[in-house]
Design a protein around this ligand. Sequence first.
Ligand code: VG1
Ligand code: CO
Length: 543
Amino acid sequence: MKRLAIPTDPIAGQKPGTSGLRKQTKVFMGPHYLENFVQSIWNGIGGAGGKTFVLGGDGRYFNDRAAQVILRMAAASGATRVIVGQNALLSTPAASNLIRQRGTDGGIILSASHNPGGPDEDFGVKFNMPNGGPAPKDVTNRIYAATQSLRGYDLLEAQDVDLSVVGETVLDQMAVEVVDPVSDYADLMETLFDFDAIRAYLASGATIAFDAMHAVTGPYATEILGRRLGAPVSSILNAVPLPDFGGGHPDPNPIWAKPLVDLVMGPDAPDFAAASDGDGDRNMILGKGLYVTPSDSLAVLAANAHLAPGYAGGLAGVARSMPTSRALDRVAEARGLDVYETPTGWKFFGNLLDAGRITLCGEESAGTGSDHVREKDGLWAVLLWLNILAVKKQSVAEILQEHWREFGRNYYSRHDYEAVDAARASKMMDGLAARLPTLAGQGFAGLTVARADEFAYDDPVDGSHAAHQGLRVDFEGGARIVFRLSGTGTVGATLRVYLEAYEDDPSRLNADADTALAAMIDAAEAIAGIRDHTGRDAPDVRT
Ligand code: VG1
Ligand code: CO
């Protein structure tokens, strides 16, 4: 085995976004592209020498090849050990758990999350810190700076490591430890939730459906929901991970998980249904005949988490990303909990979790989690819901109704305009940012602006500052519109418009969300001129 020092030049555009570096697969497969980025990770974290890393991914196309390259690069750079999920699989939360549990120096997760996979779709590489969470901005900035000054990378010339068998091998001087990707994670779940109660709930005839969307959660759901909790095999749908996710978008929302939504709206609806995304960190929650918005789900979980053993002592505090609805704030206020508002992206929760200021947090994009790992966690949310259902012995619909009666309802919807011309999208956002100070007091579609600003965040733990985190327009009466550009899209720009209206009149808690938000949609258009700027008549995706 020979260590090679391969000369390269910097590659433009290797700037990590909201969730690592996400690009089209064929870009990652291009000459030196993956290698340059991985070497830049090593350089950005002060070298790989003597370190132990976790490695795994969501099983998408190129996952297996990329894992072999990374192993050879880690060995060439003098890493001591890499802990790899069998067949290079690890869900994002399971990777976060292993990074923490094994006291490692961090890990590399191969995933483009909910983006589709395949040679003509997307791939991604993300570095997580020793606390198990996504790298914060100072680290991704160092990694990015390294990509711009890179002159070469180190690679071991070697055969592929057999990752199909659990056990330990050696690659040059480096230990490669292949582990079962599921068991440690499943054990952790057993410490948090009342598996006996959930087992009894399922045995009493409650029916569930979990859609793994041919992504990484298939094996996790099969072990946890099936083997450990006794759910029938037939209740786990699309359980086999496929490199192209069966041709679908592994994005658990009513658009991309439509078959599951159709199931719960139909005559054979199970009592509870859920789906997760490509890398297993997101969740969609459904009940008989209904879809629970992620923001509502977060609020319900916060209000009821104490019913699960892992949270029986109560919550230290809670947090949500800025565009997430303020349903959570209502719960926090009623329960006397601190609530933090952070920029989009899980990395901003890390410090709050590490400092013990919060126990539970979430995002409107279907991410919910707690201090058990440092990533959002799809199956965790499913298990917490099941634990709550098992204890309360109510339906999902009853739980929601009760929640809205107690706290009021935040009607909510997100409109995405995808692959918009990037220059035009920036122009729209810059123009709107400049006009924000003039909006207060103005009326749009019958709504009066109370205040408008550009969101910036000062981390209360380490004092770091994040600017330009989205434009907020608050209206009299508790409604709000947020405008933001995505940091995870891979083609052009994605404009996200987040709409929210608060209602506490008991006779108006059960409107259709689009109807309840109709004025907001008009106001968003009137304020931002979305049609003119994007050339689009309507959003591509509404969730
Ligand atoms: C999106 C979501 C954000 C989430 C991020 C990563 O980012 O809006 O809430 O944290 O994806 O999720 P953006 O910048 O495109 O809006 V995933 O499932 O990659 O881990
Ligand atoms: Co994800």
